[in-house]
Design a protein around this ligand. Sequence first.
Ligand code: FAD
Length: 468
Amino acid sequence: MAEKSFKYLIVGGGVAAGYAAREFVKQGVKPGELAIISKEAVAPYERPALSKAYLFPEGTARLPGFHVCVGSGGERLLPEWYSEKGISLILSTEIVKADLASKTLVSAASETFKYQTLIIATGSAVVKLTDFGVRGADAKNIYYLREIEDADQLVEAIKTKKNGKAVVVGGGYIGLELSAALKINNIDVSMVYPEPWCSNQMMYELKRIRYAVICGRVLWAAIVSAYMYDFTVPRLFTPEIAAFYESYYTNKGVNIIKGTVAVGFGANEKGEVKDVKLKDGRVLEADIVVVGVGGRPLTTLFKGQVEEEKGGIKTDGFFKTSIPDVYAVGDVATFPMKLYNEIRRVEHVDHARKSAEQAVKAIFASEQRTSIDEYDYLPFFYSRSFDLSWQFYGDNVGDTVLFGDSNPTSPTHKFGSYWIKDGKVVGAFLESGTPEENKAIAKVARVQPAASTLDQLAKEGLAFASKI
Ligand SMILES: Cc1cc2nc3c(=O)[nH]c(=O)nc-3n(C[C@H](O)[C@H](O)[C@H](O)COP(=O)(O)OP(=O)(O)OC[C@H]3O[C@@H](n4cnc5c(N)ncnc54)[C@H](O)[C@@H]3O)c2cc1C
């Protein structure tokens, strides 16, 4: 089969790839120089839409509506945009072999791709219960959500199982968003998670596993060893924050079941899931099961060829890996978080966008023998469900104070939390903030102002952020 050769090659066609393409054009890439190879059949899109408006019965999001870069208020890059710019978008193509020494990638259909500079943007894969032999986890109508194909299957199931029952396994932010979306579709939803409160953090499995280990579940303990590297980020929600969302969800009719895990699934004669067996002995009826128990970075192709750390591909502040001319961005990159003087990996969309732009700027700077500033990332996560919307900036370490109105039945609920470490405010969370208020908490997390007392901070609430 013919060999294709490109000056720049991006493997993976998700969020980071799309934002990288836009930056390549800004930097003056020439037609024919850049290619993006993606396993998915569609041009890069804003992945977070899949667990939100993609599943809504009204105001539904569909492609081409949410191709990158609309999620950050930028231009929507339609497939035509890539061809107009002379960028090869090589879709439905999975790379199955990478040889960084000879600068060669090979696809499942045995096509060979050569490059001068490679950007690894393969993102994450979901952790599946079948990987750990959970009984009955291969039944039909058990879903995971990562790519648009997964979302299409879930949309179809919501249609076929109209007014049916769903069990959502996992209390992270994906679990919370999916429970809300299913409920809005008139599905009867139960949410099951082992923690004493919902966590809303992508990499929250350590707590889940610790709990399971305490419960003596050997099966879940196996996950600990398999994914130990993922468990470095403490959960984001404090018990007070979680209490708000749990009550809010309960008031919306979502049945929250905490402190237990799904240990098996029953199926009907068609092989479709019919119930979920819980560790505490309860059995929940289910027409649909959606599992959101975390992800793992897709680095397998490069194992042994490039330095790794904390489960990802180790990079510097320009997203250069240990191998010359190879960069890694988005979910797969473990990079220096300058603000905290630490190396971290981040599975969130804002970092995917910004790391991609930084890598492309760095590539051009090194070609032009100029320099750019090192990546200086301020962590930013967000989520939306029902009519709720929260943002978090900074680091969730140290003491916490809650401020504002966190009564879930209040029509004007607006509340937040600050994290205080060594006398400084290092993190801030806000539910239902206006754009200006969200900007203010972002500034707090960046500036890290000194906190007076916790009581004073709680009393001042948003006013503290507004004066920074
Ligand atoms: C349902 C869902 C909801 C989310 N919601 C939020 C949110 O609300 N807020 C937030 O901050 N973050 C959210 N995230 C996380 C965010 O979407 C990711 O952090 C971001 O997409 C990472 O970008 P990426 O480019 O690194 O990886 P991805 O966007 O995952 O892209 C990776 C791409 O690489 C392709 N690929 C992988 N391996 C190969 C291969 N071998 N050959 C070819 N192609 C390959 C994949 O098919 C995919 O297209 C969400 C994620 C999901 C799944």
